[in-house]
Write a protein that binds this ligand. Structure first.
Ligand code: ADP
Length: 306
């Protein structure tokens, strides 16, 4: 196969590992910086140009699109899709997963466990919003935050009110969420490929920190999932329409609750913690999916023509 990896930096661990996995399986692979692509979207034959060349002949595309370039990154991915290149994750699913409110609404509608969550922009009754989330302690989040920045634990209603007022002053969208104390500052990253969790790790925040993000000093270790956690992660991935993703869970008193579904999950933490060749597993999945689609297309082309 000829595979495009949409990534801004070919030296990133995840990108390097995917290149290695592709090459070791005799695929041709090119890392493409989406921000340098330009496209002809008007012609009958959609094209993508990159460094003065027309990108052509790709069988599959692996999007590794950072949150800050979602808009243009998904536009380039969509252009690949229009050229009939198979995407590891579809552009609509990537866009969907980047919108925390939309993701939560979709998951909740399908009965996926989540912390009790209120969304707001400029609430006219903060007390009522807090009551909806079960009252203090609550976690207040900026919708646009990543890597744990903009995630605050308010232990009292008074503190929660001040934080909400401060965020309101920034004219930001916020989320007020039940605090899952029993998670003990840990979360579980389930790495889903196709319809399986292929690796999992527990991330534990440092002493006194409720956020487990590795960027905030958290440590990763191997974890054994319960069947309920596995099925929750797989169902969440399916609802979001993502072939490959990281599903973050908290262990709550009322079972696993989903925090987030990440469409470009990093490979370094999970491969180190699990000791598994996750890049190789992704590549195997991609080969299988591309073959399935090619088979379906060849059948529909010959149908009725014999
Ligand atoms: P980000 O997307 O910025 O990483 P998250 O919503 O994942 O933000 O929150 C960061 C971390 O804070 C989570 O990984 C988790 O450890 C902790 N956390 C977030 N929300 C809650 C909650 N409602 N209850 C308990 N811990 C939480």
């Amino acid at each position: 196969m000829k595979i495009a990896i949409l990534s801004r930096n070919k030296n990133l661990y995840s990108t390097r590992r995917l290149v290695e996995a592709a090459e070791s399986r005799d695929h041709a692979v090119q890392v493409i910086d989406v921000l340098r692509c330009y496209m002809n979207i008007t012609s009958l034959r959609p094209t993508i140009h990159y460094r003065g060349e027309v990108l052509d002949g790709f069988d599959a595309v692996i999007p590794r699109i950072g949150a800050s370039i979602t808009f243009y990154g998904t536009a380039v991915l969509r252009q690949f899709e229009m050229m009939n290149v198979f995407p590891l994750n579809e552009s609509v699913a990537v866009t969907r997963s980047r919108d925390k409110l939309r993701s939560a609404q979709l998951l909740a509608r399908r009965g996926i466990g989540m912390p009790v969550t209120g969304f707001a922009h400029n609430p006219d009754d903060i007390q009522d919003l807090l009551k909806e989330a079960g009252g203090a302690p609550v976690v207040i989040k900026l919708l646009e935050g990543t890597q744990g920045i903009g995630v605050v634990l308010a232990e009292t209603n008074k503190a929660a009110e001040s934080v909400i007022q401060a965020f309101m002053g920034l004219k930001a969208n916020i989320m007020v969420q039940e605090f899952i104390k029993e998670a003990g500052g840990a979360d579980i990253r389930c790495f889903v490929v196709g319809d399986k969790v292929v690796a999992a790790m527990k991330r534990q925040g440092p002493e006194g920190e409720f956020r487990s993000n590795l960027h905030r000093g958290g440590a990763a270790s191997l974890v054994k999932l319960t069947p309920g956690e596995r099925s929750t992660a797989v169902r969440a991935a399916k609802i979001m329409g993502l072939g490959v993703c990281g599903v973050d869970l908290l262990r709550s008193n009322h079972g696993p609750v989903v925090m987030e579904v990440n469409s470009s999950p990093g490979l370094e933490g999970i491969e180190t913690a699990s000791g598994k060749d996750v890049a190789g597993i992704i590549m195997q999945h991609l080969e299988k999916r591309v073959a399935e689609v090619a088979h379906r297309q060849s059948r529909s082309r010959t149908r009725g023509k014999g």
